[in-house]
Write a protein that binds this ligand. Structure first.
Ligand code: F6P
Length: 323
């Protein structure tokens, strides 16, 4: 292994830059040539591949987003797209690739390895924290803190006006971020795709809370909840109850930007170094994760066969706290 490349793929997440920095610096430390691919798999197909030095990644550990930019690339799902990508990598004599992204990005990496012998290692980069094989994904902690800060701010105005708010938190396939931000933000109810949402029961709870003396209520709605988006849930509640004037806030992409927390920077740095070590050791088809305090390697498919769901006991935690 003489040359490796790094790319970011799928939705960006805070800490991806810290991971890129760690990969570039670890590769330099191990005397490997290191290349950056701009715009994820799309850039790989378009041969947007350029050499990087340790100095090129100075001053980025504290920056959100990804300096390499990212894309969701349909062409890479086709065999022709992957063949072109592999040919481009081989034209630069690049034998190993570090893919920073979610499980969809890992599936692409696995196919590139199986079809063209490019050694691939995955780093979990997504705010959703829904990837198996790791306790935490890079970006989750930052996004969680942003969501909680947003809930705190809304609580101030909700209490002042004695209002009902619906706050939509990201996660089209996963309620993990919503569940944790709802617990940390003291939400009265947290609606997630993993459990069926019962609108009449929600209305009954809100009415019960008011009878108990609660003057305001915050309902966190995961983007992918089975009852719909926060605006839909708000409509259903207002149409079937005396809560005629609820407010809806979609935190949206605010959760994906901004300065990564120290936790995300350290996680990204540790995992990035391990990814390069894995390539040096001849590993392929693996993802790097954190379990407890240890950095671990798992097969890439662990990401989707063993997806991280929140512990169902947390539903009870949220329920008890909202009494
Ligand atoms: O997977 C990360 C994520 O931010 C999800 O939480 C969200 O559902 C999705 O990406 C949004 O994607 P886009 O940026 O393409 O709108």
């Amino acid at each position: 292994m003489k040359r490796i490349a790094v790319l970011t793929s799928g939705g960006d997440s805070p800490g991806m830059n810290a991971a890129i920095r760690a990969v570039v610096r670890a590769a330099t430390y191990h005397d490997l040539g290191v290349y950056a691919v701009d715009r994820g798999y799309q850039g790989l197909i378009e041969n947007r591949i350029r050499p990087m030095s340790a100095r090129d990644v100075g001053g980025i550990i504290n920056r959100g987003g990804t300096i390499l930019r990212t894309a969701r690339c349909k062409a890479f799902m086709e065999t022709e797209g992957r063949a072109q990508a592999a040919a481009n990598l081989k034209s630069h004599s690049i034998e190993g690739l570090v893919v920073i992204g979610g499980d969809g990005s890992y599936r692409g990496a696995q196919a590139l390895d199986a079809e063209h012998g490019i050694r691939c290692i995955g780093l979990p980069g997504t705010i959703d924290n829904d990837i198996g094989g790791t306790d935490y994904t890079i970006g989750y902690d930052t996004a969680l803190n942003i969501a909680v800060e947003a809930i705190d701010r809304i609580r101030d105005t909700a209490e002042s006006h004695e209002r009902l708010f619906f706050i939509e938190v990201m996660g089209r396939d996963s309620g993990y971020l919503s569940m944790m931000s709802g617990i940390a933000g003291g939400a009265e109810e947290i609606l997630v795709p993993e459990t069926p949402t019962d609108i009449p029961a929600l209305v009954e709870k809100l009415q019960h809370d008011r009878r108990k003396g609660k003057r305001s209520s915050i309902i966190v709605v995961a983007e992918g909840d089975d009852a719909g988006r926060a605006i839909d849930v708000a409509h259903m509640v207002s149409e079937t109850s005396e809560f005629k004037d609820p407010r809806v806030v979609v935190i949206g992409h605010l959760q994906r930007g901004g300065t990564p927390t120290a936790f995300d920077r350290i996680l990204a740095s540790r995992l990035g170094i391990r990814a390069v070590e894995a390539l040096v050791q001849g590993e392929t088809g693996k993802m790097v994760g954190i379990h407890g305090k240890s950095v671990v390697l798992h097969p890439l498919e662990e990401a989707w066969t063993n997806r991280t769901l929140f512990d169902p006991s947390l539903i009870q935690v949220a329920h008890v706290l909202a009494t």
